[in-house]
Write a protein that binds this ligand. Structure first.
Ligand code: C5P
Length: 225
């Protein structure tokens, strides 16, 4: 049985980016999906990927090219990120699973190893960054930023704990934008592992332009001009 499996939700439509399904959007000569797969492969035994409807074969081909020696399984994603992760969990079997957004192309080996190690200790862990900017609501009310973190991925879990979080959310109809939130809702702690700005998520055209400029620095082995 695999010791660590990566669950890669990559089924988003990329509406805010406006370039079709985000997994196939190209950055520095490769798809966002290929960047994420290549970053995960050296540290996991198997990668499970949620693909956009009708694109399973394309995702499998991209993944095989990015990580030729890593076993990969592609499943159909759902209509939300949470549904896509739930679909991936149904096919997972490892003790520890690490969930990573395909939209975050600059994952480094040290961050991945650190979050997996923290999950082995604590049951659940996420990379996150302390907020340094002042936070205000529409209208100007300031939100106290002390002790506030921006949560990133990857997030790693004992698989049984993440499955319990998803099962509870499904029963109650709860929705969360990340997996750590579902585990916290069980009353279980999630360790915060310092991530960094390199774990940025490509959401808007401006993010993609910024990522393109950063690629030679943050993914020099993967960037092709
Ligand atoms: O939309 P957002 O940027 O929050 O998506 C985060 C990740 O979740 C992306 O990698 C996206 O492909 C994935 N996702 C998914 N299924 C959906 C929506 C998003 O796998 N229905």
């Amino acid at each position: 049985m695999a010791d660590v499996e990566a669950l890669l939700p990559a089924a988003g439509s990329g509406e805010r980016l406006g370039r079709g399904p985000k997994a196939f959007v190209r950055l520095a000569g490769r798809s966002l999906l290929a960047h994420a797969v290549a970053a995960l492969a050296p540290s996991v035994d198997r990668i499970l990927i949620a693909a956009p409807p009708g694109r399973l074969a394309d995702v499998a081909a991209e993944a095989a090219a990015a990580a030729p020696t890593t076993p990969v399984q592609v499943v159909a994603g759902g209509t939300t990120r949470q549904a896509s992760v739930l679909a991936l969990l149904a096919h997972a079997s490892a003790d520890v699973v690490v969930v990573h957004d395909a939209a975050r192309p600059f994952l480094d080996a040290a961050s991945l190893t650190a979050v997996i190690a923290a999950a082995r200790d604590a049951g659940a862990a996420t990379l996150a960054m302390p907020i340094v900017d002042t936070l205000v609501r529409d209208g100007g009310d300031v939100i106290d930023r002390s002790g506030v973190w921006a949560v990133q991925t990857p997030q790693a879990f004992q698989r049984a704990l993440l499955a319990a979080g998803h099962a509870r959310a499904r029963e109650r109809g709860d929705v969360a934008t990340d997996d750590a939130g579902l585990v916290r809702a069980l009353g279980r702690p999630v360790a915060l592992v310092p991530g960094g700005p390199h774990l940025l998520k490509v959401t808007t055209p401006a993010d993609l332009a910024w990522a393109e400029r950063l690629a030679p620095l943050l993914a020099p082995d993967r960037a092709r001009s």
